[in-house]
Design a protein around this ligand. Structure first.
Ligand SMILES: [Ca+2]
Ligand SMILES: [Ca+2]
Ligand SMILES: [Ca+2]
Length: 459
C-alpha cells in the first residue's frame, strides 16, 4: 500500500500499531509492504500543524517481496525513491536479497531490547569506511565498515522500546550494499538487581523512566544479563551503600558517542561513555549509608552491568585472610612484635608478619612512611625541619591518617599538621594516596623534634 501525506500534524496506525511519518513541509510518499491481509490502516490528526492525506492505493505484490528476500516478515516500510532492488543473483542465501543504493532505506519496527542478526555486503567505491551507516534507530546508530563478501553481522544492543530499524546505505558511497537473512531476537526481562549482580545492595530506579534488567547474553559485560536505561526521560538508578568502600560498575552506550553519565553526589561533571564496556571505580569515604545516583543524560540508551561494592571492612578482612591472620584480629595487636599495630601495617602497606618490612602483596611503588630532616630556606635564612612522606591506602578503604609533630613524645598530641595529597606527575597506584606533611616549626632553638602518624579506621 502507498499514500502521500502533507505536513507534520498526524500519524497513521497499521493494524493498531502507530507509525511515524517523516516531518516534511511538502508532500511525502509512504510505501508499506504489509504482507497478506486483511489490514487496517488509520490516519490520525495529532498536532496543530497541517496534515493531509492523498492518493491512497493498494497494489498487489507482483513479484518478489522484501519480506521474502530478507527472510523476515513485514510490515516493511519501503523507500519510495526506489533506491533499492531485490536481487536473485547477488545473495547470501542463494535465493534472494535486497541491494540498497546511495541513501536508500528499508525500515522495520521491532520491540527492543534485542539482538538483530543479518548478513550483509558492503562494497562501495569511495568514502570513509568507518562512517558508513548501516542500521539506525531514533537515538542510536551502528556503522558497518567495508565487507566485500557476504558476511554475518550482529547488532546485539538494539535499545528498549518500540524501535524503527532503518537498514540503509551510507549517503556518500557508490557500490553494492546488500542485506539478507534478517532476524531479531528480543531479550527477556529479569529483575534489575539480578541483572546487576547487586544482591545485598539496595537499588531503586525512577518509576517514570525505569532502568530494567534484561537477559542480554553476550551483549552484557558478564555474558549473561545487564541493565539498560530508557532512551528518553529522566532515567536514573540509585544505589544505597551501607558503609565506606569501593563501588565499581561497567557502563557503555553502544548506540551513540558522547552520552554523559552523571554519578552523584561525589562526581558532578559526569563521564563520557564509550561504545564499549568500561569499568568505573568510585570510592566512598566516611561512614554510610551513602546514596549514589547514576543518571544518564538525554540520548541513546545506556547499559550498566556488574555493580560491585566492597566495603572497607571487607577489604580489611581480605587483607587479614591474605596474611593468615584471624578475621577477628584486634586492630591494635602487633602480630610481628615490631611495635606497629595491625591497622598501621595495613594502612601503610607494611607486612604484619615481618618486622619493619614492606608488604610484598602491595604494588612495588608503595614505600614505607619516612620522617626525615630537610635543610633549606627561602629568604629567612637557613632552616631545618622534619618532613613526613608516606603512601596510604586510599579513598574507599575507610582509613584516614593524621601527622603530628612535637618536641616531647610523651606529651598529648597537639593539633595535626597539614597533610597534602598529591598525585603529581607520577601518580600512585590505584587505591593508594601519596601524602606529605612538613613540620612548620623550625629550629635550632630546640634540640629535638618528633613526628607521629596516626591512623583512623571508619568503615
Ligand atoms: Ca533471502
Ligand atoms: Ca549482569
Ligand atoms: Ca607489627
Amino acid at each position: 500500500m502507498a499514500f502521500f501525506t502533507y505536513g507534520t500534524g498526524g500519524e497513521f496506525l497499521l493494524d493498531g500499531v502507530k507509525f511515524r511519518i517523516k516531518a516534511s513541509s511538502g508532500w511525502e510518499e509512504t510505501q508499506i509492504e504489509a504482507g497478506s491481509g486483511p489490514h487496517t490502516l488509520r490516519w490520525v490528526k495529532t498536532g496543530r500543524y497541517d496534515w493531509a492525506v492523498d492518493e491512497f492505493r493498494v497494489t498487489p505484490l507482483a513479484g518478489a517481496s522484501v519480506a521474502d528476500a530478507l527472510d523476515f516478515p513485514g510490515p516493511w516500510i519501503l523507500d519510495p525513491t526506489n533506491s533499492w532492488t531485490i536481487s536473485t543473483t547477488d545473495t547470501h542465501d542463494g535465493e534472494d536479497a535486497v541491494l540498497i543504493n546511495d541513501s536508500g532505506v528499508l525500515s522495520h519496527y521491532v520491540n527492543g531490547p534485542g539482538r538483530l542478526q543479518f548478513h550483509r555486503k558492503a562494497n562501495w567505491n569511495y568514502g570513509p569506511a568507518d562512517t558508513d551507516l548501516m542500521v539506525q534507530t531514533d537515538a542510536a546508530a551502528w556503522y558497518g565498515g567495508r565487507s566485500p563478501q557476504w558476511a554475518a553481522h550482529t547488532i546485539d544492543t538494539i535499545p528498549p522500546g518500540r524501535q524503527l530499524l532503518r537498514f540503509r546505505a551510507g549517503s556518500t558511497h557508490a557500490g553494492t550494499f546488500g542485506f539478507d537473512a534478517v532476524n531479531f531476537t528480543p531479550y527477556a526481562e529479569t529483575p534489575l538487581a539480578a541483572a546487576l549482580e547487586g544482591s545485598g545492595l539496595t537499588i531503586t530506579t525512577n518509576p517514570a523512566a525505569p532502568w530494567r534488567g534484561w537477559l542480554s547474553g553476550t551483549a552484557a559485560h558478564d555474558g549473561s544479563d545487564a541493565a539498560i536505561s530508557p532512551e528518553a526521560g529522566d532515567g536514573w538508578l540509585e544505589l544505597t551503600l551501607p558503609a565506606a568502600g569501593v563501588l565499581s560498575f561497567f557502563a557503555r552506550c553502544p548506540g551513540s558517542d558522547g552520552i554523559r553519565l552523571n554519578v552523584s553526589p561525589q562526581i558532578q561533571d559526569g563521564y563520557i561513555l564509550p561504545r564499549e564496556w568500561k569499568e568505573f571505580v568510585y570510592p566512598l569515604t566516611g561512614p554510610g549509608p551513602h546514596t549514589v545516583r547514576i543518571q544518564k543524560y538525554q540520548g541513546a540508551a545506556v547499559w550498566l552491568d556488574h555493580v560491585t561494592f566492597v566495603s572497607a571492612q571487607a577489604q580489611f578482612s581480605a587483607w587479614l585472610a591474605q596474611h593468615g591472620l584471624p578475621a577477628n584480629a584486634d586492630l591494635q595487636s602487633d602480630s610481628d612484635g615490631d611495635g606497629q599495630p595491625l591497622l598501621v601495617e595495613y594502612a601503610f602497606g607494611l607486612d604484619p608478619n615481618a618486622r619493619h618490612a614492606r608488604d610484598a602483596s602491595v604494588p612495588a611503588e608503595i614505600t614505607a612512611p619516612e620522617f626525615k630532616l630537610v635543610e633549606g630556606g627561602w629568604g629567612v635564612g637557613p632552616i631545618r625541619q622534619l618532613e613526613c612522606q608516606f603512601h596510604f591506602r586510599g579513598p574507599g578503604s575507610g582509613l584516614w591518617c593524621q601527622v603530628f609533630f612535637s618536641s616531647d613524645p610523651a606529651a598529648p598530641l597537639d593539633a595535626p599538621a597539614a597533610v597534602s595529597f598529591y598525585p603529581g606527575d607520577n601518580p600512585p597506584p590505584d587505591g593508594w594516596l601519596r601524602g606529605s606533611s612538613a613540620d612548620l616549626w623550625s629550629w635550632p632553638s630546640a634540640s629535638r623534634r618528633f613526628g607521629r602518624l596516626k591512623v583512623i579506621f571508619e568503615p
